[in-house]
Design a protein around this ligand. Structure first.
Ligand code: G3P
Length: 219
């Protein structure tokens, strides 16, 4: 299973990029708006930091033809870009054309099984269902991940299931168990996922017990 960081913060990506745990980064207009500086420079920097990772960058244009042109320009930033396009009927034709041209596409704002199926049929490389936002409206984000997993497997689609809008470690654990190919994690969730209070407690206990031996060299 792959782990992406869901952030546009260069310092935080830098902190974790070389650990071998990070397979990519997802950005969106909201995440980019939270950072200082020019978004193009930020995206180029992120692409260089993770040359083997997949960096998702979302279109900001609205009209299909403008989306098409912008997607091509975004894809030209770097070999490791996936262009994010919202799962909206306006863009089906554009998405198909871009995929046929060899541009890696991540379909974002996926909220239903049928949307996922349609995008997999188009050959999207990634579909991004938003778990937390479904929970926000009283729906069940994790159930959608399970359903999309079955749909992709039953049909033999190669589209990767990218679980997004992950709000906490419980969400993360549930999308692992639901068979997501990728989870994109806000950095605090990623960092919490590395920790457990019993690990800290156990280390403290071992250190204290070892001291009782009162030996200065080991081995
Ligand atoms: O990857 C999508 C993510 O950034 C959206 O998360 O918490 O705004 O629903 P959230």
């Amino acid at each position: 299973m792959k782990i992406f960081l869901d952030t546009a913060n260069i310092e935080l990506i830098q902190k974790w990029a070389h650990t071998g745990l990070i397979d990519g980064v997802t950005t969106n207009p909201t995440l980019l708006s939270k950072e200082d500086g020019n978004p193009t420079v930020a995206i180029l920097t992120i692409c260089e930091m993770l040359p083997l990772g997949v960096i998702s960058v979302e279109v900001t244009e609205k009209e299909p033809e403008a989306v098409y042109m912008q997607a091509r320009k975004i894809a030209a930033f770097s070999h490791n870009i996936a262009v994010k396009i919202p799962c909206h009927p306006h863009y089906y034709t554009v998405i198909k054309k871009l995929i046929e041209e060899g541009i890696t596409i991540n379909i974002t704002l996926v909220f239903s099984l049928t949307q996922g199926l349609m995008m997999a049929k188009l050959g999207a490389h990634y579909i991004s269902p938003f778990v937390g936002r479904l929970d926000d409206i009283g729906s069940n984000g994790i159930e959608l991940i399970h359903h999309l997993r079955h749909m992709l497997d039953w049909n033999g689609f190669e589209t990767e299931l990218l679980a997004a809008s992950i709000r906490d470690t419980t969400h993360f654990e549930k999308v692992i168990m639901a068979g997501a190919d990728i989870a994109t994690l806000p950095v605090p969730v990623f960092e919490q996922s590395l920790n457990h209070q019993l690990t800290d407690k156990g280390m403290e206990q071992f250190a204290q017990d070892w001291k009782k031996l009162n030996i200065s060299r080991f081995p």
